[in-house]
Write a protein that binds this ligand. Structure first.
Ligand code: DGL
Length: 269
């Protein structure tokens, strides 16, 4: 129970999920791994994303994590099943897609759901497939918005540039008449307000990080894995490449200043 929760992402965007988990599970220690050497995953091949996911999953297992949360939508789309098969049933592996699909299943007013994400996530079609399986009458409109993650990472939001890019993407005929929108990328919670302004509150914008964090809490509780100790939790943040820019951007995604530790897991036999 007292072991940490492992969380990983292609980079530092997954800290939005780590932050949401910290908010609902303040007793839990977290070990975060951001694969900054290989980001963005959104432009990588399926094989590469699977390989990175297995390596990072193994690393987190070796750190003694009691569960692993794949905080990256692209890795959840392409690496989840392989990682589950690889690590076996003893270690719970959670992704960011299933909780959101389950959440949509509890919303009787959703008929036409939009999904925006990286190119690799949209190409995988995993969101649409899982939504259609769970909700046979649902209409899913998926649309790749690859400029958004780098834009946010560079601190471009709440300004004219972000407004123009967001409005151009959301005006696409592909997203016409949607009633809800899944922000299927770690970075997008930071532009949720701007997206809401575009739709003037008429489209439900799903706060995916919060939905995932609530699900992590439920799953750990059901497995009797919640940390009941009152000791202050310890968090560790590893990255596979470290620059001062990464360290600065962590505040955007996690809220607080974080000390990043450089960790090379790629050369290990
Ligand atoms: N973390 C990725 C995701 O949620 C976005 C950034 C990337 O392309 O690596 O899909």
């Amino acid at each position: 129970m007292q072991r940490p929760i492992g969380i990983f992402d292609s980079g530092i965007g997954g800290l939005t999920v780590a932050n949401a988990i910290r908010n609902v599970l303040p007793n839990e220690s977290l070990i975060y791994f951001g694969d900054t050497a290989h980001m963005p995953y959104g432009d990588k091949s399926e094989e590469a994303i699977k390989y990175y996911s297995l390596k990072i999953g193994k690393f987190l297992q070796e750190q003694g994590c009691k569960a692993i949360v794949i905080a990256c939508n692209t890795a959840s789309s392409l690496g989840y099943q392989d990682l589950k098969d690889f690590l076996g049933d003893d270690l719970p592996i959670l992704n960011v897609i299933d909780p959101v699909v389950e959440f949509c299943g509890r919303q009787p007013n959703y008929h036409k759901i939009g999904v925006i994400a990286t190119k690799a996530t949209i190409k995988s079609d995993v969101y649409a497939q899982k939504l259609n399986l769970a909700l046979p009458n649902i209409n899913v409109k998926s649309f790749a918005t690859p400029l958004l993650a780098p834009m946010i990472e560079e601190g471009f939001f709440n300004n004219n540039i972000s407004k123009t890019i967001i409005n151009t993407y959301l005006s696409s005929s592909k997203l016409k008449n949607i009633d809800s929108l899944i922000l299927a990328c770690t970075h997008y919670p930071l532009i949720r307000n701007e997206i809401n302004e575009f739709y003037k509150g008429k489209v439900d914008i799903l706060n995916t990080a919060e939905i995932v964090a609530d699900d992590v809490k439920r799953k750990l509780a059901s497995l009797n894995l919640l940390n009941t100790s009152t000791e202050k939790p310890k968090h560790q943040f590893f990255v596979s490449d470290k620059t001062s820019a990464f360290e600065t951007s962590t505040r955007l995604f996690f809220g607080d200043k974080i000390n990043l530790t450089l960790k090379n897991i790629w050369d290990k036999k």
